[in-house]
Design a binder for this molecule. Structure first.
Ligand SMILES: Nc1ncnc2c1ncn2[C@@H]1O[C@H](COP(=O)(O)OP(=O)(O)OP(=O)(O)O)[C@@H](O)[C@H]1O
Length: 385
């Protein structure tokens, strides 16, 4: 297994001049030895480009790729010792399942008893052991893709195993099982894994760390918890979560008075973080899970840390209620637990948007370091309680 360091950019067109000319904007990133990573982002953000640069299928137009400190930029996938699993099964139909799994090992002259043991182990992990002697040609698309996964995982000496949307052809129920299986396999085999997907659930269940990408940029690398709690870029807040983070325009006046969504918001006398600009607009970000909704009567003064809004829609999603609340020209989503009694459409509500989970953003980037933000917000919460 290898640690992989990228210090590069890539443009498919010669002589790139502006950001839009790059499939990957300049980035420095490392995949730790034995880590499980997902590259997550919408179509066209550069995931496959990054994966192909790691594998050696594509040479970056600028910069270097290093495996364990060694420059491998010009080496082929074989020379880099990479295993790859693609969207669609790549197997030999005329061979049995066991022969297919053994193929990468036989190719490298591994001893027969070692091959038997390893094939047995991988087949067991992927629950293919009942089918080892069957010909691959008669199997379902799901089973064939499991064989492809097994072939990617069967060698112990690879630098990394790369997966490009490997569960696309898999039945949705089995998909869920296989994601969990891959995670277990990673814990057991300690391989360096890089997994491309546009599905956040897939990325967050499989990977220890997720690289969130948008428009050729890796905007945050983090655990599921970090991406949820402290999105360092607005895109991460928007892309991760269901629904994504709410963003509202905010501003602090010279005397520290806060306005959010064009309404004054009482901060309960607690100073907001010094990193917030005065007199310049910024955004307040709050996840629907962390908005507290209290029904209020006409003329009741606003609670500290809260905005006033009117419920526009109440949806029963089954495991939670989703409220859409209009506050001035803005819409805000709030998730309430299934056992809550949500206010009806048309009710006037106070929306608490200042709490330990509140984040603040400049144009796109988060304005407060995660720890500083949490500490400040923590103090604020006590004061507001
Ligand atoms: N061979 C190529 N020649 C020119 N442009 C390309 C080529 N391959 C990809 N691109 C462009 O580079 C950008 C990134 O593409 P890439 O395939 O890496 O994105 P992706 O995130 O993997 O998307 P998808 O999920 O649709 O596969 C896109 O704008 C795409 O059109």
């Amino acid at each position: 297994m290898a640690r992989i360091d990228l210090d590069l950019a890539h443009a498919y067109r010669p002589d790139p001049k502006e950001d839009a000319d790059y499939a990957l904007l300049p980035l420095q990133m490392s995949f730790e030895d034995g880590g499980a990573y997902a590259l997550l982002g919408p179509s066209g953000c550069g995931k496959t480009t990054m994966l192909n640069i790691v594998s050696g299928l594509l040479k970056p137009s600028h910069g270097t790729v290093k495996f364990d400190g060694r420059d491998v930029t010009t080496l082929t996938p074989q020379q880099r010792n990479i295993a790859q699993v693609f969207q669609f099964p790549v197997i030999y139909d005329t061979m049995t399942v066991a022969e297919n799994l053994a193929f990468p090992l036989r190719n490298r002259g591994v001893a027969p008893d070692r091959i038997r043991a390893r094939v047995g182990k991988i087949a067991e992990m992927l629950e293919l052991n009942g089918q080892l002697d069957q010909r691959a040609s008669g199997l379902s698309a799901d089973a064939k893709q499991k064989i492809s996964l097994g072939r990617g995982l069967v060698r112990e000496d690879v630098s990394a195993v790369l997966f490009d949307e490997p569960l696309t052809v898999i039945d949705p129920h089995l998909k869920w099982q296989l994601r969990r299986k891959l995670k277990q396999i990673h814990h057991e085999l300690k391989l360096t894994l890089v997994y491309v997907t546009h599905d956040q659930v897939e990325a967050l269940t499989f990977a220890d760390r997720v690289v969130v990408m948008t428009r050729g940029r890796a905007v945050q690398v983090g655990t599921a918890g970090e991406l949820f709690e402290c999105p360092s870029h607005r895109f991460v807040g928007h892309f991760i979560g269901s629904p994504g983070m709410n963003f509202l325009p905010a501003m602090l006046d010279e005397r520290g008075g806060l306005r959010v969504a064009e309404q004054p918001v009482a901060t309960g006398g607690v100073a907001l973080d010094a990193a917030l600009p005065r007199g310049t607009p910024f955004s307040l970000g709050i996840r629907p899970e962390y908005v507290t909704v209290d029904e209020v009567g006409e003329g009741v003064p606003a609670l500290p840390g809260s905005l006033t809004g009117v419920v526009a829609q109440v949806q029963d999603i089954g495991t939670y209620w989703l409220l859409t609340v209009r506050t001035g020209a803005h819409m805000l989503k709030a998730r309430l637990p299934a056992h809550a009694s949500p206010p009806p459409a048309g009710a006037t509500v106070a929306l608490r948007v200042l709490n330990p989970h509140t984040c603040f953003y400049g144009a796109d980037e988060r304005l407060i370091a995660a720890t500083a933000g949490a500490a400040t917000a923590g103090a604020r919460q006590e004061d507001l309680a």
